[in-house]
Design a protein around this ligand. Sequence first.
Ligand SMILES: NC(=O)c1ccc[n+]([C@@H]2O[C@H](COP(=O)([O-])OP(=O)(O)OC[C@H]3O[C@@H](n4cnc5c(N)ncnc54)[C@H](OP(=O)(O)O)[C@@H]3O)[C@@H](O)[C@H]2O)c1
Length: 311
Amino acid sequence: MSSAKPFNKVTVFGAGGTNIGHHLVKALLSRPGIFTVSIIARKSSKSTFASEAKVHYIEDELPHERLVEVLRGQDVLVSAIGFGAIQLETKLIDAAIEAKVRRFLPSEYGVNNTYQAARDLCPVFDAKGAIVDLLKEKELEGLTWTSIPTGLWLDWALNPDIAFANINLRTHTASVWAKGDHKLSWTTLPWAAEGIVQIILAGEVSANKVVPIRAFEASQNEIIQILESVQKVKYRVTNIDPDSVIPESQKIWREEKKGPAALTLVKAGFFLGGYGSNLVDEGIVPTGNEYLTLSPLSVQDIVREATRLWG
Ligand SMILES: NC(=O)c1ccc[n+]([C@@H]2O[C@H](COP(=O)([O-])OP(=O)(O)OC[C@H]3O[C@@H](n4cnc5c(N)ncnc54)[C@H](OP(=O)(O)O)[C@@H]3O)[C@@H](O)[C@H]2O)c1
């Protein structure tokens, strides 16, 4: 048992929208006896936030002095910023160090971005990996960190407006990467958020480590098969050829820095073997599931709920 003081005061940056930051705040607020929850939001934010959390609105440029002011006395700063703005985490880290925040969680929540093959594949993974490198460099300045890959969120990916897995449950169409048989790790938004909070509760054991959490492994083909049996319809499936799409997207990214090319490479990283998206079989570090008290997730239940919502 660690003798270190538990983490009680937690600030979330990137709590807007409906994705992981929103769910993290919810999971933290569900333990009012343990956590006092604050949010840092940009003044331009259009998001609404739970009234039980203290919200600090600060200038969009995230001025250092103001960040330090609102972070003083906080134990943990969790970043849930969208992937397009990962670079801003350098400002959060500098301010957290000066404010003597004890733990920083970068906005990871996907694959293990310290995996070199993933970093070489995709600029988003590389940018996130560079943040972990920076955190390692800053350890001597007193800030500890925990990076938490959560696999892909199946509930989010099945929303047909997102169709991140290129599986559309409204049009009954899918495009699978290669043969569609790579089993990657999955969670859902609420499960991942609860897991992240339980890793925060685990305290010192996760200091300065990548601690992946995962609920189950499944391939694109398996998800399609479950959808077919739930919806009683045959999907029209095409295949994406990684040997042409990856070099083409990398070229577009190198020459034009276009977001859709980066996103295609994120998908390649999740849906193909070799980039660490199976956090168990391809894991380069042990998972942190042993610290969780979460019930297992049923992929069938998630698919049924998605078809009820959007089918
Ligand atoms: N595993 C998965 O399936 C999966 C899926 C999607 C994303 N992710 C990862 O999860 C992390 C969070 O992504 P997300 O989709 O949850 O985030 P998001 O909804 O895109 O963004 C979260 C919040 O970050 C704030 N934000 C966005 N851009 C910003 C900027 N330029 N400057 C300052 N604040 C900004 C916004 O707050 P306001 O609206 O209040 O301004 C926004 O609501 C990322 O690292 C992403 O790569 C994982």
